[in-house]
Design a protein around this ligand. Structure first.
Ligand SMILES: [Zn+2]
Ligand SMILES: [Zn+2]
Length: 157
């Protein structure tokens, strides 16, 4: 989003709207920014430059780290602040700065809910949909392994 310095110098500017998702240009395996970047900003001329402040928000599409289901969550920058000091230029671009602030808020991993049960490691069923029946079996296997350990090697020959 281009801010024209002399326009703001004439009178404060209120900016409210959306930038297309493309400006966020994020490619991660488990996160997608495919919703617009929403902004509500005020730009004013102060001693020392152009001050821009306000709020940013967008909706993130993520794949749950545990169950792999896609879900969405909101990220919000409540106190975006930028002081543009170089008044030798006639305009400057806020988009890279807004993008940076949003990216800083993105988690390394995302979980759909804190209680997500994930996928069964044996059959791959989403355990949030209910038990799959493997649980009993895997317990049996564990006991089986203990039984093996308790066998005297001598008996096996
Ligand atoms: Zn999940
Ligand atoms: Zn299973």
């Amino acid at each position: 989003m281009i801010i024209h310095v002399n326009q703001v110098e004439r009178h404060p500017l209120h900016l409210e709207g959306e930038e297309p998702a493309g400006v966020l240009n994020l490619r991660e395996e488990f996160l997608r920014l495919d919703h617009p970047l929403r902004y509500r900003l005020d730009a004013e001329s102060i001693t020392g430059g152009i001050l821009v402040r306000g709020a940013l928000a967008t909706t993130v599409t993520a794949a749950c780290d545990r169950c792999l289901q896609t879900f969405e969550f909101e990220v919000e920058v409540e106190d975006f602040v930028y002081l543009h000091e170089d008044l030798s230029v006639s305009s400057f671009d806020l988009t890279p700065l807004m993008r940076e602030d949003i990216l800083l808020l993105l988690p390394q991993r995302a979980v759909c809910t804190s209680t997500c049960r994930g996928l069964c490691p044996h059959c791959g069923q989403n355990l949030n949909d209910g038990p799959c029946g493997c649980e009993v079996q895997s317990n049996d296997l564990r006991w089986g392994a203990l039984d093996d350990l308790s066998i005297d090697p001598g008996e096996q020959e």
